[in-house]
Ligand binder design. Sequence first.
Ligand SMILES: NC(=O)c1ccc[n+]([C@@H]2O[C@H](COP(=O)([O-])OP(=O)(O)OC[C@H]3O[C@@H](n4cnc5c(N)ncnc54)[C@H](O)[C@@H]3O)[C@@H](O)[C@H]2O)c1
Length: 246
Amino acid sequence: MKTAIVTGATSGIGRAAALALRDAGYWVLANGRDPARGKEVAEALGSGGTFLGEDLTRAGAPEQVVRTAVDETGRLDVLVNNAGIYVLATTEETGPEELDRLMGINLRAAMLLTRAAIPAMRASGGGVVINVSSEAGLVALPGQVAYNVSKAALLMFSKSLAVDHAGDGIRAVSVCPGTTRTPLVENAIATAEDPAALEHRLTSIRPAKRLGRPEEIAAAIVFAAGDDAGYMTGSELVIDGGYTAM
Ligand SMILES: NC(=O)c1ccc[n+]([C@@H]2O[C@H](COP(=O)([O-])OP(=O)(O)OC[C@H]3O[C@@H](n4cnc5c(N)ncnc54)[C@H](O)[C@@H]3O)[C@@H](O)[C@H]2O)c1
């Protein structure tokens, strides 16, 4: 049985990915911060995985997450860097603390967790790193500069990993969701100046005229993780209802 780590797995896309990977036969270590939601995910995973509560920005947390997966199963095959936060702010409005907070989880934690995962993947004969980027990594969505930049950086992180670690049998793929109905998006809508206007804009601007579903993103993650995607590395899967095609 193969082993997968999914970060930010207590909610939204990460939760859907953890369950979809479990259904595809992986043993899943689901990471998140909220113990109550973690318990719920652990129960949903059943014997197909467990939950580890760790704030990934804590020093030592990335190593702890990898160690737990390897202690449980003896191997590591897939890492899904999904945990992320969103800040609605222009460059002028983004202060140093907010910038560090966002980059700390969206980019730095993904890089440090991958750094911790590489030796375990190498020892398992190879692996796959999936970075959950965004349509906002491909085109500049207005008023969310730090988020856009963090997601664009993840695209280059996947490319760099692919180039540096092909020889280790490690692939790296970015998954770029369009706006998907998750707690992150619900919260962004609720805290907008005009929530109804934002929701209307988010759905009407894309050819599909609807938001994505977490399960639709999870399906792409399962594909990217699997052997059928064996020739896919350093590139991205875009699941955005046609938004970036316009
Ligand atoms: N929902 C969308 O429309 C959308 C679109 C494109 C990309 N994304 C990306 O998909 C990913 C998941 O988004 P979502 O919408 O499911 O969000 P969400 O808010 O529902 O879930 C985010 C998860 O990340 C976890 N997390 C945040 N900071 C953490 C930390 N320091 N340590 C450990 N876990 C932490 C949260 O606990 C939560 O489980 C994010 O990277 C997001 O940027 C989402």
